[in-house]
Design a protein around this ligand. Sequence first.
Ligand code: GLN
Length: 448
Amino acid sequence: KIYEKIEKEDKQINSFITLSKELAKKQAEEIDDKIKNGESLGKLAGIPIAIKDNICTDGIKTTCASKMLEDFIPPYDATVIKKLKAEDAIIIGKVNMDEFAMGSSCENSYFGPTKNPVDISRVPGGSSGGSSASVAAKFVPISLGSDTGGSIRQPAGFCGVTGLKPTYGKVSRFGLIAFGSSLDQIGPITRSIDDAALCLEVIQGHDKLDNTSAKLKYDTYLDKLNNVDIQNMKIAVAKEFIKKGLNEEIKNNFLETIEKFKSLGAKVEYISMPITEEGLSAYYIISSAEASSNLARFDGIRYGYRTKTYEDVNDIMVNSRTEAFGKEVKRRIMLGTYALSSGYYDAYYNRALKLKKKIKDQYKEIFEKYDLILSPISPVLPFKIGEKTSDPLEMYLADIYTININLAGVPAISIPSGKNKDGLPIGIQLIGKHFDEEKILRAAKAFE
Ligand code: GLN
């Protein structure tokens, strides 16, 4: 039934790259067997889940929406996939994204752009645009995305659904094809806070295969979302958030959201976060530097695309990369290689790292006094397909509200907060201190 719906409706939306019908059927049969044998079922028994196509799935193509990995079938599952399967979730397919997760609109995909189900002339956000669209189109209740600088939260906001970026280290990155390793996190995109909480419960946890994975006690979240009360919760709003360039309708919605939190009993106060805009420069240097190194493995030799025209090994590498990487990926590799080259390393990369540390300290200081920070997700509404593709810098600037969170490594959730006059979704973001996903989820639930 699900596949029937997807095959019919996704022709227009283009959220899926691969449908894993055979394997899904096998998984469903295994669940049936368990029921017949009277075995207990997992927390996600029978729930269909769509996976962003940069998360490795055993036996299912994992393309990163790139010609480079068009035919790549991983021989293993990412840790998050193992965990989903252990709770009897059904992996139904792989969803579209910006190539190697670089972008904010899902237009940088080798397989064509995904459309926003709310208005198909508009982008679904990115890079996890296929994830957010597949949830908004009601193909699946849960999808996994990845977030390096906003890629779970911004597309969730654009499609009117919920997206949670966990604390860096909370969810294993093993099997996630790396973009910016020090920033990447996997998280759920869902239609309800409860589903986000449940999915996080399943995918979290220490993993010895990811050496940045945190050793923590196992947390439950769903049971903490009954009758939530946010009386006396202290929420900070930075005055820098309400700035020139913030769309008027989003601004008004944000101000209404502040009032709604107040009426729920929270204490909302304005603060100052002087280092807000600079985060953008630091992010685009650090993430591109890490990407240039991470993507060096795609050399046309070990796996992935190989050029047909070559005379020597050097040609294989140069031609394969030239032919198989898209424009944005090449731009990032060049940016990153430049920032890391000797002579420029201190001027760019090291300075960006210092700024990253300052941003982290800024959050730390705020969270000594406040429980959460409330902010917009994006300064712009979901824009028309093609509207921003000619100006990469303009696209980068729209990441202003999401990137600092990754630089600091803190968790954040994006939840719907209303619509503009044309019915386009608007979302807001709740940011918490390291490993305090519980508080974020509780405040989101009170607001829902
Ligand atoms: N839009 C940002 C970028 O292009 C974030 C991407 C992401 O979080 N993967 O880098």
